[in-house]
Design a protein around this ligand. Structure first.
Ligand code: PLP
Length: 395
């Protein structure tokens, strides 16, 4: 019997989760045909290093508190405990940005915040870079929004700017360092977006999930740019900074000055979270707080340096082989042009069959990703070194 209710038809417009299932299917078929294979994945989009010791200590201590009636805690505040919101505000102070703790809303993931922010926004035109993290597009399609794309390409270094865009209010998504291209906005280019948003009354949703990978002189936060407090929400995460992909903790910043008429966006977000979200576990929040201490940041840095070391090993091979790529220096991602004009999927099959290496076809991140390929540095050093040797021989 079929139900007689209506479904959200917008979900029919979203691509099936084709990319990673297709990759898994092709890898499984290869492994079936060659059971003695030594396939290495450079497609991992997840961290592999264990949590920093200081984080583990904090989790154990917080677990003990939960087992004692004197220190047990139930529901956590919807926006995060003050100790965490203050620790995040202090983190911003360290990079020269002044925010108050009550402008910070902790959550269980940047993905959740990116997806949920659509709830508090009306029917705007959405501007999304192409290629980019697919959640921006899918979450807007699910809400029936009209989406326009701004193309990233070799010419603009995969860092589109607002030239030739008609001047009207948009909701603009920016991701820096970018997934998948690893490209990072400098202050000058980011200022173009902040100025454009200020002039047109647009909102920027700035995804800084990979900011901790920035080594050179690039902004870690959009609030480095004057005027950003009146036009930008920033979303950031402990996932890649502290290895929290399986622990789940992130935050969004809604500055006080961010208003539509008399309405503060922060008030709408607070209302949304209070209704649909019941907070992050106490143990997780203590773990996140520990990651932001001086010692915590030092320990997190060790893993980030490890991944960046992997990225350099892969990047050096690509440079040696004359293959054009972006990323890898301030990001865990390397984004390369497929050699010999191969399509993304042709190069995927070529790498798998000829070198037993797995990466991610660029076409999965948007139309402009066709002909490109993403490699990641989240594997082990040992595997990265083997993969680098295979690439050297193959390319
Ligand atoms: N934003 C970007 C650009 C990402 O690449 C990812 C994860 O891959 C996320 C957000 C998700 O972060 P979280 O683990 O905090 O949900």
């Amino acid at each position: 019997m079929s139900l007689k209710i209506k479904i959200n038809e917008n979900y029919q417009t979203v691509n099936k989760n084709y990319l990673f299932s297709e990759i898994a299917k092709r890898v499984a078929a290869y492994k079936n045909a060659k059971p003695d294979n030594s396939v290495i994945s450079l497609g991992i989009g997840d961290v592999t290093r264990p949590l920093p010791p200081i984080v583990i200590e904090a989790m154990k201590k917080a677990s003990d508190e939960m087992g004692d009636s004197k220190t047990f805690r139930g529901y956590a505040p919807e926006y995060g405990y003050d100790f965490l919101r203050e620790a995040i505000a202090d983190y911003y102070t360290k990079i020269g940005i002044s925010l108050t703790a009550n402008e910070i809303y902790a959550s269980d993931g940047a993905k959740s915040d990116v997806g949920n922010i659509v709830d508090i926004l009306g029917d705007n035109t959405i501007l999304i870079p192409d290629p980019v993290y697919p959640v921006y597009l899918d979450s807007n399609l699910m809400s029936g929004r009209k989406v326009e794309f701004i193309s990233g390409n070799m010419e603009n270094g995969f860092l589109p700017t607002p030239e030739n865009i008609s001047e009207k209010p948009y909701v603009i998504y920016l991701c820096s360092p970018n997934n998948p291209t690893g490209a990072v906005y400098d202050e000058k280019k980011l200022k173009l977006w902040v100025d454009f948003a200020t002039k047109t009354g647009s909102l920027i949703i700035y995804d800084a999930a990979y900011e901790a990978f920035i080594k050179e002189d690039y902004p870690h936060s959009i609030y480095k740019i004057p005027g950003a407090r009146t036009c930008a929400v920033e979303i950031c995460s402990f996932s890649k900074t502290a290895g929290f992909t399986g622990v789940r903790c992130a935050w969004s910043v809604f500055p006080d000055e961010l208003t539509v008429g008399d309405t503060k966006l922060s008030a709408l977000w607070a209302r949304r979270q209070a209704t649909k979200f019941n907070g992050i576990p106490y143990v997780v929040q203590r773990a996140a707080q520990a990651a932001l201490t001086e010692e915590g940041l030092k320990q997190c840095r060790e893993s980030i340096e490890y991944y960046l070391g992997n990225a350099k090993i892969i990047g050096d091979v690509l440079t040696e082989k004359g293959i054009k790529f972006t990323g890898g220096d301030n990001s865990p991602y390397l984004w390369l042009r497929c050699p010999n004009n191969m399509s993304s999927w042709e190069f995927f099959d070529f790498l798998l069959n000829e070198a037993e290496l797995v990466g991610t076809p660029g076409a999965g991140f948007g139309k402009a990703g066709e002909g490109f390929f993403r490699l990641t540095s989240f594997g082990t050093r040992e595997n990265t070194l083997i993969a680098a040797e295979r690439l050297k021989t193959l390319l």
